[in-house]
Design a protein around this ligand. Structure first.
Ligand code: 6PG
Length: 249
C-alpha cells in the first residue's frame, strides 16, 4: 500500500462511511474552533457526500457559528439547477444548520457572470477566506472520479493542473460530462489543507482506488495522485470501492 493503512478507513456501506466521517469532522471542527475560534472547510461536490452532509445536519453536534464554509468546485449552472453542487450542499446541510451567511463563501453562479468572471470573483472570495483562516483550510473534503479527477481538476486540463498562483481557476470537464464548464480550487489550496478527507464509494471507483493506493507508477496520470502519499489525507471507502485493496492485517 502506498498510504499508511491507518489512513484508509473501510466501511461496509455508504451509511457507515458517512457516520464515521461525520464523527471525524465533528472532532476536527471542535478542535479547530477551540484552537483558533473558527473551523474552515471546503466541501466536495458530486453525489457521494450527500449522505455525509445529511448526517452532519441530522446529528447537529457542531457549533455552526464557528464554521466558515466553501465549495471545492462547482459546475457553471444556476444554484437551482439539478447539477448544482451549491444546491446539493444547501439542501443536505446549509439550509438546515446555522452557519452565518457572511461565513458562507459560495461560487457566484447566479449573477450573470461569464465562466472566467465567476472564477475570478470566487478566487478573490477564497483568498479573503484563507487570509482570515491562517492561510489554509482546516479541512478539505474531496470525492474521486473514475478517471482520478478531484474537485474539477481533470486529467488533461493542463492550465488548471499547472496553476500554482491562483486559488480558483476556470476548468473544463471532459466532453462526456453533463456540465463541462467548471470552477475549482487549485492544487496550492487543496494540498495546503490541514486535513483532507476523501469520500469514495461504489464499484465504479474500485480500479482507480486500487491503482492509487496499492498500484505501481501508473497512478501518476491521475490528478488525485498528488495526494499519494500525503500525511494529512484520510481515505473513507465503502467495501465496493475498497474491494481491490490488500486485506488489512
Ligand atoms: C463534482 C465533484 C467531483 C466529484 C467526483 C465524484 O462536482 O462532480 O466535485 O470531483 O467529487 O466526480 O463524484 P461522485 O461522488 O458523484 O461519484
Amino acid at each position: 500500500m502506498t498510504v499508511s493503512p491507518d489512513r484508509v478507513r473501510r466501511h461496509p456501506s455508504t451509511t457507515a462511511l458517512a457516520e464515521a466521517a461525520a464523527g471525524q469532522i465533528e472532532a476536527l471542527a471542535a478542535e479547530a474552533a477551540a484552537r483558533t475560534g473558527r473551523f474552515s472547510i471546503a466541501f466536495a461536490g458530486g453525489s457521494t457526500p450527500r449522505e455525509l452532509y445529511n448526517q452532519l445536519a441530522k446529528r447537529n453536534r457542531c457549533n455552526w457559528a464557528r464554521w466558515w464554509v466553501a465549495l471545492g468546485d462547482e459546475r457553471v449552472v444556476g444554484s437551482d439547477h439539478p447539477e448544482s453542487n451549491t444546491a446539493m450542499l444547501r439542501s443536505t446541510l446549509l439550509d438546515r444548520v446555522g452557519v452565518p451567511p457572511d461565513q458562507r463563501f459560495l461560487p457566484p453562479v447566479d449573477e450573470g457572470l461569464s465562466h472566467a468572471e465567476i472564477a475570478d470573483r470566487y478566487d478573490r472570495s477564497i483568498r479573503t477566506l484563507l487570509a482570515e483562516s491562517n492561510r489554509a483550510f482546516d479541512l478539505v473534503l474531496l470525492g474521486l472520479g473514475a478517471d482520478g479527477h478531484i474537485a474539477s481538476l481533470f486529467p488533461g486540463d493542463t492550465p488548471c493542473l499547472n496553476e500554482g498562483r491562483r486559488s480558483v481557476c476556470a476548468a473544463q470537464a471532459p466532453p462526456d460530462a453533463s456540465v463541462r464548464e467548471r470552477i475549482t480550487l487549485t492544487y496550492p489550496v487543496l494540498l495546503n489543507a490541514r486535513t483532507v478527507i476523501f469520500l469514495v464509494a461504489g464499484a465504479g471507483k474500485r480500479a482507480v482506488i486500487t491503482e492509487l493506493l496499492a498500484g505501481g507508477g501508473s497512478r501518476t496520470a491521475y490528478p488525485a495522485s498528488r495526494f499519494v502519499p500525503n500525511s494529512r489525507a484520510y481515505w473513507y471507502l465503502d467495501s465496493q470501492a475498497a474491494a481491490g485493496l490488500p486485506t488489512p492485517v
